[in-house]
Design a protein around this ligand. Structure first.
Ligand code: PHE
Length: 334
């Protein structure tokens, strides 16, 4: 017959095995063994029904207490093992901010800056000059002068950060590099062959494919006799020069208020997949006029695309937010 002492011994043996479990998986296995159907304690529990009331009461009290001890021992061991696992993980992920890193040099330009400079090189090679414009823009250059009047639905395509200066809504953080088209037209007449790299801002929630602050490259050509063929040819020439062998481009009909006709352009990778890059089209006559250029004599094309996505796609980084990383282990890869 099982005595209370027997149950105490079974419990002590179970607690000892639980305390010796080397890891969480082993702990789970031991717990099943010492409390499950096939265990000593399980057999005692099942046998209780056959006992008379007095014996059942006596053994039952001991069994409950011992089961409690066993459960607590398992919980304690689990906490210990989890804490140990956490210590190992923290040690692996530890960042010592005072650590002196052996470096080969004084650091390097950010991936986006590198990409911007490479793009400038390619376009300079194709005969373009590099121009710049202000990040804080007026409504005229960012919208109205680009054929996007107030209340035009296209303004919603580009959620805007407004600057608290002048008349309400008059000063903005530029939502694209296209305002520099107008600025260059104003400053220099045709012929114009320029590219404009720069930072732009949109009032958007950040996610894997959107940033509130990002970079674009704009191209503008205005001259006599410029056709859509020149636009398509320039995008194709840029694709070959920047991406290299086996990359081609395509245009798809689209809409922008400042170009007519308008298109979107994609880059075809050698494996047959497409990278959607940007927008383009023939400069709208209203925009030429707003820039002080006679649309009867001159025509032009423009295109613009995001630099950040391009830079990351090239390195197989899927999440645009990595652009903002300040982790030197990420930055050093490029
Ligand atoms: N400015 C447009 C944009 O930000 C791109 C574009 C540039 C389209 C030039 C046509 C011509 O989406």
């Amino acid at each position: 017959m099982t005595t209370p002492d027997d149950i105490e011994r079974m419990g002590a043996a179970a607690v000892e095995r639980l305390r010796a479990a080397p890891d969480l998986d082993a702990l789970t296995a031991v717990l099943a063994e010492v409390t499950g159907k096939g265990s000593d304690l399980g057999a005692v529990k099942r046998g209780m029904g056959q006992l008379d009331a007095e014996a059942r009461k006596q053994l039952g009290q001991t069994l409950n207490r011992v089961n409690g001890d066993v459960g607590r021992a398992a919980a304690e061991r689990r906490a210990e093992l989890e804490a140990a696992a956490r210590r190992v993980r923290l040690e692996a992920e530890r960042l010592d901010l005072t650590e002196v890193r052996p470096t080969t040099g004084a650091g390097h330009l950010h991936l986006v800056t590198q990409t911007m400079e490479e793009l400038e090189d390619v376009f300079t090679g194709l005969g373009f000059a590099v121009a710049e414009g202000p990040e804080v823009e007026d409504d005229w250059h960012n919208f109205t002068g680009l054929n996007i009047p107030a209340y035009h639905p296209a303004r919603d395509m580009q959620d805007t950060f407004f600057v608290d200066r002048g008349e309400p809504g008059d000063v903005v953080l530029r939502t694209h590099t296209s305002p520099v088209q107008l600025r260059v037209m104003e400053q220099q007449g045709p012929p114009i062959y320029i590219v404009v790299p720069g930072r732009v801002h949109r009032n958007e929630a950040r996610d894997a494919t959107h940033l509130a602050t990002f970079h674009q490259l704009e191209a503008l050509v205005v001259d006599e006799g410029i056709t859509f063929g020149h636009l398509a040819g320039t995008i194709e020439a840029f694709t070959a020069a920047y991406f290299g062998e086996g990359f081609t481009s395509r245009l798809r009909p689209s809409y922008f208020p400042f170009t007519e006709p308008s298109a979107e352009f994609d880059i075809r990778r050698p494996d047959g997949t497409w990278l959607e890059l940007g927008g383009c089209g023939m400069v709208h006559p209203n925009v030429l006029r707003n820039g002080g250029i006679d649309p009867e004599r001159y025509t032009g094309f423009a295109f613009g695309f995001g630099i950040d996505r391009l830079a990351l796609a090239r390195h197989g980084v899927p999440d645009l937010r990595e652009i903002l990383s300040v982790d030197v282990r990420f930055l050093e890869q490029f």
